[in-house]
Design a protein around this ligand. Structure first.
Ligand code: SF4
Length: 418
């Protein structure tokens, strides 16, 4: 299977998100501190350092060459940072003293700051991470017997307005950088005790936190590159899941360059309902989205089958007729279906379905031959369950008023005032 390629194809302007992306062959440069550059000497002052945390090996090797160093130094450095959790150049003993001193002058390894850490009774851990610009994002670690799953964020807030999502209510500020994304994995692996029999706490990563990852394509692909790199985290592509609400052009590009597992936030069996629950559907309707899913799985085993996420909202999309419509819709798509009973959050205009309604929905799908899993709620005592991540977003998109209007358009489930 091909590893993610980092090339010209990453440069693009994505429709619908208004996000312009850089050419990825140019090493991503994340500066912190005050911006004072000695342009004549092309050197960097001590107050302007390159954060190496999010640089994939290919980029880091180019950076070392630019510094007049051998490119294999990149592999050494990546092992120190991502395998050993070391952020101090001074202790990287297989680098020469001169190189360590030089790195200390021009570069740094900066991890997002933990503003809050909450541990659930069920072992789930939620971190609120403070970013350099004052925004905050959330990351959640979910331990299970045989795995540790990290749910990571890709943006500060989200611009896509899904009506059942607490992140959407925060509005949108900006994309995360690659180092802010991979920093979440670095932190979790260095904060959570390693369970017996495992080499690391985190065995699986899901892009299901704040944000639409395909709207932050380049940084997400760079972070995935590090996740899959044997010299960094060495995760299998089956253990990295990208979840999208359905940005079709970006999904096609993703399928061309990587083959991580794919989850699609479907949430409705027809366009009329999905237009309201997942507004990006108005731009990329279900027919186009499913065609893109088929292309992603075009070579059978080359990509995983798609996982469709379906949040069950009482009285909205959880009725037997919705299940039957979903069965007709997905019968030709290699997939499995995750059912997520809605996790309420303050101000949410929806309610969780009854256990009986959830079981009946699951039974109908199962009888039709679909592999169907009802997601157990984890960490809801610390607001870390699916759909509850909010962070702290300085809203530049003025989405909150629009969310109120979208809620007003929805049919009200019995007993619920919208
Ligand atoms: S569900 Fe995902 S894509 Fe939709 S608003 Fe929430 S974070 Fe964004």
């Amino acid at each position: 299977m091909p590893a993610p390629r980092l090339g010209a194809e990453h440069a693009a302007v994505y429709g619908g998100t208004g996000t312009r992306h850089r050419h990825a062959l140019v090493p991503t440069v994340h500066y912190t501190g005050s911006l004072t550059v000695d342009t004549e000497a092309m050197s960097v002052s001590s107050s302007l350092r390159l954060n190496l945390l999010g640089l994939p090996r290919e980029h880091l090797a180019r950076q070392f060459e630019l510094w007049g160093e051998r490119s294999f130094r990149a592999t050494q450095l990546i092992k120190w940072i991502h395998q050993r959790g070391v952020t101090d150049f001074a202790v990287m003993s297989d680098l020469s003293k001169g190189l360590r001193e030089k790195l200390g002058e021009v570069a740094e390894i900066t991890i997002p700051e933990i503003a809050l850490e909450r541990r659930s009774d069920d072992g789930t851990v939620k971190w609120v991470l403070r970013l350099a610009d004052g925004n905050a994002i959330e990351t959640v670690y979910i331990p299970e017997d045989d795995r540790g799953t990290l749910c990571i964020s890709s943006q500060v807030g989200c611009a896509l307005d899904c009506t059942f999502c607490s992140t959407a209510q925060q509005g949108f500020n900006r994309n995360l950088t690659a180092h802010e994304i991979i920093g979440q994995l670095w932190l979790a692996n260095n904060r959570v005790p390693v369970p017996e029999g495992r080499s690391r706490a985190v065995t699986n990563v899901v892009f299901m936190g704040m944000g639409e990852p395909l709207a932050n394509f380049d940084a997400v692909v760079e972070a995935i590159d590090l996740m899959l790199d044997d010299n960094a985290y060495g995760l299998s592509k089956r253990r990295v899941t990208l979840s999208t609400s359905g940005l079709v052009p970006a999904l096609d590009r993703l399928g061309d360059i990587t083959d991580v597992a794919l989850a699609v936030s479907l949430h409705a069996p027809n366009d009329a309902l999905r237009d309201r629950l997942v507004p990006i559907n108005r731009k990329y309707p279900i027919r186009e989205l499913l065609a893109a899913c088929r292309r992603y799985t075009r070579d059978g085993g080359r990509h995983h089958r798609v996982t469709f996420e379906y949040v069950l909202l009482a009285g909205i999309n959880d009725q037997p007729e919705h299940a039957r419509e979903l069965i007709r819709l997905l019968r030709d798509v290699p997939c499995k279906i995750n059912l997520i009973p809605f996790n309420p959050f303050p101000g949410a205009p929806f309610v969780r379905p009854t256990e009986a309604a959830v079981r009946e929905f699951e039974r109908l799908l199962g009888t039709a031959g679909f592999v169907t899993i009802v997601r157990r709620t984890r960490g809801d005592d610390i607001d870390a369950a699916c759909g509850q991540l909010v962070g702290q977003v300085e809203d530049r998109s003025r989405r909150a008023p629009r969310m109120i209007r979208l809620h007003a358009e929805l049919p009200a489930p019995a007993g619920v005032r919208l």
